[in-house]
Write a protein that binds this ligand. Structure first.
Ligand code: ATP
Length: 516
C-alpha cells in the first residue's frame, strides 16, 4: 500500500476512535504536531511504562532522570548541535515543495533494491523448485546491471554526505533524474543546510533576553547530570541513566503522521562504561533492545538492524533497529556508541571536571557512552500499524461482515476489559457495574450498555480491548458471565470470581517483562 494511503487509513481510524487528533484542529491544524486522545494516551503510557520498567526495574544499575527541556544554551554548542544539527534541503521550483535531499536519494536507492527483488521473484516463479537464489543474484545480467547502478550511487552518496558536499548531493539528484513526486518535474533549487533546532528567548526584557533552544534530544540532559547522579547514587561503572521526555525538531518533511513530528517524545538510556569496553556493550544493548521489540509478538522477520555507513560526529559504531512499516523498513530506534565525545566536550566548555575514579584499578577517566534512543511516538505508530487489521467475518445472523480489529499486545491495550449488561433491566446493569467496581483497581475497565452486543464488540475490537464480558440473566442465578476474546472472537462461560486471574494472566505488564 502506498505511504499516503496507509497514513490516510491510520489517521482516520486514530481520529474516529480517540487515539490521535491533529493539534489545533479547529484552527486547521499545525504541521507535524499531534495530540493524543483518550485511548491514545493510555496506549502511549503503556508503551512508555514497558520501556521504563525494562530499563529501571529490571536493571539495578540503571536509574531514571527527568531533566528540564530548557537548558543552558552553551550545552548545544558543546554537543555540536548549533554547528552540525543540519539537514540538506532542496526545493522543487514548480510544486514549491521542500524535501530532504538525502531522503530523495535514499528513496532512489530503495527503488533499485525493489527492482532487484522483483527480478528475483520473477526468477523464482520461472524456475520453481530448481531456483538457486544465490546463483541468480550473482549471475543474472538484469540483476547485475541494477546492482552496479545501486553500488555506484551508494558510493557517491556516502562520500557526498560524509563531506557534506552540497553541490555533489544536488548533482546526484540531477544525474539520477529524480523527479518531484508532486509536480513530476526536475526543476530543483540548490541544496542548502537547515538547522533543525527551535529557539526562543528567555528573560522578560529584550536587553536581558538570551536565546535558548528547545532540546532536539533528551540525551544532553543526561550528560550534564552525569556527575550529580553518579555521586548522589554512588553509581559504579558500568551504569545507566534512563529518561523519557519531549524533544523538538523543526523537520523539513512533515507529511508522515507520527513518524516524523516537530514535537515528539524520546526514551533514551545512556550507559556509561570503561573506555575500550564500549563495543562489547554496544553489542550487548543491540541484543537486549531487539529482544524488547520481539517480546511484543509481532512477526520477527519484520525487524532488522541497519548499520550506519555515515557515522555521526560523536560515534564509533551505530545501528538502527528498523521495523517493516506498511510503507517499508524504517528506523524506530538508534543504538550508538558515542565514545567520550559528549562528556569530554562538556568538560571543556564548562571547565568542570567530568570524570570517574575507578576504585578497582585506581584509574581516573572520562567514561565512554553507549546509548539506546527510541521515539515513543514512532513506537506508537509501529505498534498501531502492526496491530491494525481488517478482517472478513460472519456475523451472528450468518451474514458476511467485516471488522476492524487492533491486535494490540494485551499488556499495551488502552482498555483491558469491557463489561456489557445484555439488557438495561432486571438488575443486569447494576451487576455489570459491580464487576467493574471489583476489577477497576487492577485493570482499565469500560462499561457499555448502548446498542446491540455485536456493535459493542465492534467498538471494542476497534480500540483493541482484549476481553469483553457480558452479564445476562443466567449471571443473576449462578454468578457466571460470558467472556469473549478479541482475536478469536470465541466465547467461554466463566465464573465471576475467576475473572481477575484469567485477565491478569494476559494483560499484566510483567508477562512482557518476563520474556526479556
Ligand atoms: P531520522 O533519521 O528518522 O530523522 P534520527 O536518526 O535523526 O531519525 P535520532 O536522532 O537517532 O533519530 O533519534 C532517536 C529516535 O528518536 C529515532 O529512532 C526516532 O524513533 C525518534 N525520532 C527522531 N526524530 C523524530 C521525529 N521527528 N518524530 C518522531 N520521532 C523521532
Amino acid at each position: 500500500m502506498a505511504q499516503e494511503d496507509v497514513f490516510k487509513k491510520l489517521t482516520a481510524h486514530c481520529k474516529e476512535y480517540g487515539f490521535i487528533f491533529p493539534s489545533s484542529e479547529i484552527y486547521d491544524g499545525l504541521g507535524a504536531v499531534y495530540d493524543y486522545g483518550q485511548y491514545g494516551v493510555e496506549l502511549k503510557n503503556n508503551i512508555r511504562k514497558y520501556w521504563w520498567d525494562s530499563m529501571v526495574l529490571l536493571n539495578e544499575n540503571i536509574v531514571g532522570l527527568d531533566s528540564a527541556i530548557f537548558m543552558h544554551p552553551i550545552i548545544w554548542k558543546a554537543s555540536g548541535h548549533v554547528d552540525a544539527f543540519n539537514d540538506p534541503l532542496i526545493d522543487n521550483k514548480d510544486s514549491k515543495k521542500r524535501y530532504r535531499a538525502d531522503m530523495l536519494i535514499e528513496d532512489q536507492m530503495a527503488k533499485y533494491e525493489a527492482k532487484i527483488e522483483k527480478e528475483v521473484e520473477k526468477g523464482r516463479a520461472r524456475f520453481g523448485s530448481q531456483f538457486n537464489e544465490e546463483q541468480f543474484r550473482t549471475t543474472n545480467p538484469r540483476v547485475l546491471a541494477v546492482a552496479e547502478k545501486l553500488e555506484n550511487l551508494h558510493h557517491r552518496f556516502v562520500k557526498a554526505m560524509n563531506d557534506m558536499d552540497l553541490p555533489a548531493i544536488r548533482q546526484i539528484i540531477l544525474d539520477e533524474e529524480i523527479v518531484c513526486p508532486i509536480s513530476g518535474s526536475r526543476n530543483w533549487t540548490d541544496v542548502r543546510q537547515f538547522n533543525l533546532m527551535f529557539s526562543t528567548d528567555m528573560g522578560s526584557t529584550a536587553e536581558s533576553a538570551s536565546k535558548i533552544y528547545l532540546r532536539p534530544e533528551t540525551a544532553q540532559g543526561i550528560f550534564v547530570n552525569y556527575l550529580n547522579v553518579q555521586k548522589s547514587g554512588r553509581m559504579k561503572i558500568p551504569f545507566g541513566i534512563a529518561q523519557v521526555g519531549k524533544a523538538f525538531r523543526n523537520e523539513i518533511v512533515a507529511r508522515q503522521f507520527l513518524f516524523r513530528m516537530r514535537e515528539f517524545e524520546q526514551m533514551e538510556m545512556q550507559y556509561f562504561v570503561t573506555p575500550g569496553t564500549e563495543l562489547e556493550w554496544f553489542d550487548h544493548w543491540k541484543t537486549v533492545r531487539m529482544k524488547w521489540f520481539r517480546a511484543l509478538g509481532f512477526p520477527e522477520e519484520n525487524y532488522r538492524f541497519h548499520d550506519h555507513e555515515k557515522l555521526a560526529h560523536y560515534a564509533n559504531a551505530a545501528t538502527d533497529i528498523e521495523y517493516k512499516f506498511p510503507f517499508g523498513f524504517k528506523e524506530v530506534e538508534g543504538i550508538h556508541s558515542r565514545t567520550d565525545f559528549d562528556l569530554a566536550s562538556h568538560q571543556k566548555f564548562s571547565g568542570k571536571k567530568i570524570q570517574y575514579f575507578d576504585p578497582d584499578t585506581n584509574q581516573t577517566f572520562i567514561p565512554y557512552v553507549v546509548e539506546t534512543s527510541i521515539g515513543l511516538d514512532r513506537m506508537f505508530l509501529h505498534v498501531l500499524s502492526s496491530a491494525y487489521d481488517e478482517e472478513k467475518i460472519t456475523n451472528a445472523n450468518g451474514e458476511e461482515d467485516e471488522r476492524v480489529v487492533l491486535r494490540l499486545p494485551a499488556a499495551l491495550a488502552p482498555v483491558k476489559l469491557a463489561v456489557f449488561p445484555l439488557v438495561r433491566k432486571d438488575g443486569l446493569s447494576e451487576k455489570a457495574r459491580a464487576i467493574i467496581d471489583e476489577l477497576k483497581y487492577d485493570f482499565n475497565c469500560q462499561y457499555e450498555e448502548k446498542d446491540s452486543i455485536g456493535r459493542r464488540y465492534r467498538r471494542q475490537d476497534a480500540i483493541g480491548t482484549p476481553y469483553c464480558i457480558t452479564v445476562d440473566h443466567q449471571t443473576m442465578s449462578d454468578d457466571t458471565v460470558t467472556i469473549r476474546y478479541r482475536d478469536t472472537m470465541k466465547q467461554d462461560r466463566v465464573s465471576i470470581p475467576h475473572l481477575r486471574d484469567i485477565i491478569k494472566e494476559k494483560v499484566d505488564l510483567s508477562m512482557l517483562l518476563k520474556k526479556l
